[in-house]
Design a protein around this ligand. Structure first.
Ligand SMILES: [Zn+2]
Length: 89
């Protein structure tokens, strides 16, 4: 008796989109920062990354198991230009 339990999971349809979110969901999602700007799929540097990026402040929020984590604590802030200002947190 061979007891392999490998189920064949249907593979994705050759797409390159990492995050699959309903466009409608994406519409109601907004950046948790005061700009409340709409988000776009992908990180600032990788449009195929599992991130949602604010179109205003540029923060990238991770998407875990298809669930966007819209927390400023979890946000990846973009590389900031030399502003002479540092946040020490
Ligand atoms: Zn923002």
């Amino acid at each position: 008796m061979s007891g392999t339990h490998e189920q064949q999971v249907p593979n994705g349809v050759g797409g390159t989109v990492a995050v699959e979110l309903d466009p409608q969901l994406l519409e109601i999602l907004a950046c948790p920062s005061p700009d409340h700007a709409p988000l776009r799929v992908g990180s600032a540097t990788d449009p195929a990354a599992d991130f949602l990026t604010c179109t205003s402040c540029g923060r990238s929020f991770p998407v875990r198991d298809g669930i966007p984590v819209l927390l400023l604590d979890e946000a990846v802030t973009p590389a900031q230009p030399a502003d002479g200002r540092q946040t020490d947190g």
